[in-house]
Design a protein around this ligand. Structure first.
Ligand SMILES: Cc1cc2nc3c(=O)[nH]c(=O)nc-3n(C[C@H](O)[C@H](O)[C@H](O)COP(=O)(O)OP(=O)(O)OC[C@H]3O[C@@H](n4cnc5c(N)ncnc54)[C@H](O)[C@@H]3O)c2cc1C
Length: 452
């Protein structure tokens, strides 16, 4: 039996939940379909900080390769989105946190309450939320998307609607798509996300004629210790080395390759093409006692991230002097002669600014100087991909010529182009793009009903 709705949403993370609730509030009957047995995707694993760039200038400075049209709408909609979330009764901090990921502004929230409130909005409006229903196919008729086929416990089920929103969380867990778009060593990336984020939305959209966005090679994630015996959702926050921007970061050749002060989520990306996609963070006791123990923002937890790395099996070393530390790092296969040269050049450049052996050193960078000195081996991880389905500011999925595909919308990590190397946040952009898609998807469906 075919089930008929106004709007179908694929994926129950924050992008899909927001799209579904927005469509329901607009008067649409919505089916929210989730592949897993539980709702919430990566959003339910997250720290719950709803944040983004404080304004368009800041967005453009931090993400010069981003999409300024989407970026403008994102920052313009942020305050209204926060008020909407607050109105659900879910906890939202009274005061904003600033300088998130070096520049952002945001509010700590109870993300589980927000997700639940969105689902309630859908069911209260006569819609349906279904877990264990992976969408396998889009139904396309006369060039328009008119529904989906989902695998359910009772077999394939057809859901029909004039509008379908894809919000499957990006392709961060699909080694084949990662290798194709991010590069040859991307299959080494450790997944730091919900298991459902395997690129279903991108594949479905492509099959319906969608193009690709800029930023297909770029992604969000954090450096984590190497090696690791296990990396499960409860490890994602405590193992992340958020303070790496205050370290000297070298590859296995003992050389720096990126300006560390860009921040952990950016230098994490820079590590992927380096030898064996592994690197070493070198820092002093001052950094250990300050940044490595701080809570980077509310929700992430204050813990000694260096001690955690040691406890969970990461390669580590400590010594009273840098001269004693270097041979310990060299024993891991790092070129010790090059590393000594790198540390000396970094110390010189940190005083004057400029560059060390051709790699930028920011003004204000601080060379390791207060013993004992420490090192840990790290690897890159991926939380979600920045590239994906190109969209309009109405959340319409676009073909390679920029034309909207009738009936198809996308939101959250399934869309591409908002972040590109620089990061504009995950939850808030997903919530806001979900609103764009949900509103336009409902308008298309309800407009069709009026005309019929
Ligand atoms: C540990 C951690 C901490 C984080 N902390 C923050 C933070 O504090 N602030 C922030 O801004 N961002 C944070 N993020 C990132 C944020 O969680 C994501 O950016 C956000 O969840 C993306 O939302 P989404 O709806 O696009 O994807 P998701 O939340 O991942 O949801 C996608 C859903 O779609 C489902 N799905 C996939 N394929 C199908 C299919 N074929 N059919 C049906 N369903 C399907 C998946 O199972 C999943 O449930 C964090 C992420 C992690 C992992």
């Amino acid at each position: 039996m075919t089930l008929t709705f106004d709007v179908i949403v694929v994926g129950s993370g924050i992008g899909g939940s927001s799209a579904a609730a927005t469509a329901a509030r607009s008067g649409a009957r919505v089916a929210l379909l989730e592949k897993s047995d539980t709702f919430g995707g990566s959003a339910a694993l997250s720290a719950g900080m709803l944040w983004t760039a404080p304004d368009l200038d800041a967005y453009n400075r931090r993400i010069p390769l981003g999409n300024p049209v989407l970026g403008r709408r994102l920052v313009e909609d942020f305050a209204d989105a926060i008020e909407e979330v607050r109105a659900t009764g879910a906890r939202v901090a009274d005061e904003p946190t600033t300088d998130i990921m070096t520049y952002g502004i945001g509010y700590s929230t109870d993300i589980h309450a927000i997700l639940a409130a969105c689902r309630d909005t859908v069911t209260d409006a006569g819609g349906m939320v279904v877990a264990g229903a992976p969408v396998r196919e889009l139904i396309v008729e006369d060039g328009a998307v008119v529904g989906v086929i989902a695998a359910t416990a009772d077999g394939p089920q057809e859901f029909r609607a004039p509008s379908v929103v894809l919000a499957s969380g990006g392709f961060g867990r699909d080694p084949e798509l990662l290798t194709r778009y991010v590069g040859p060593q991307a299959d080494r990336l450790l997944a730091r996300s919900h298991v459902g984020n395997v690129g279903d939305g991108l594949r479905l959209a492509r099959a319906a004629g969608a193009g690709g966005s800029r930023s297909m090679a770029s992604f969000y994630g954090h450096l984590v210790p190497w090696p690791l015996a296990a990396f499960e959702p409860e490890h994602y926050l405590p193992y992340s080395q958020y303070y790496s921007g205050s370290t000297v970061f070298v590859n296995l050749a003992g050389e720096r390759f990126v300006d560390e002060t860009l921040g952990d989520e950016i230098i994490n990306q820079a590590l992927v093409p380096q030898p064996e996609a592994r690197g070493v963070l070198i820092f002093d006791e001052h950094v250990h006692l300050t940044e490595a123990r701080q809570e980077p923002f509310p929700g992430l937890g204050a813990t000694d991230r260096f001690e955690t790395a040691k406890e969970v099996g990461g390669l580590w070393a400590s010594a009273d002097t840098l001269d004693e530390l270097v041979p310990q790092i060299a024993a891991w296969g790092v070129d010790g002669v090059a590393l000594t040269r790198t540390l000396e050049a970094y110390a010189d450049a940190a005083e004057t600014g400029g560059s060390a052996l051709g790699v930028p050193v920011s003004v204000g960078a601080r060379a390791p100087q207060t013993g004992p000195f420490h090192a840990i081996m790290v690897q890159p991880s991926i939380t979600f991909t920045f590239g994906g389905v190109p969209i309009s500011t109405d959340g319409e999925a676009l073909d390679p010529d920029g034309r909207a595909i009738p009936g198809l919308y996308a939101a959250g990590a399934d869309i591409g182009g908002l972040s590109n190397i620089g990061y504009a946040g995950g939850l808030a952009p997903a919530y806001i793009t979900g609103r764009w898609a949900g509103r336009a998807a409902a308008a298309r469906a309800l407009d069709g009903k009026t005309r019929a």
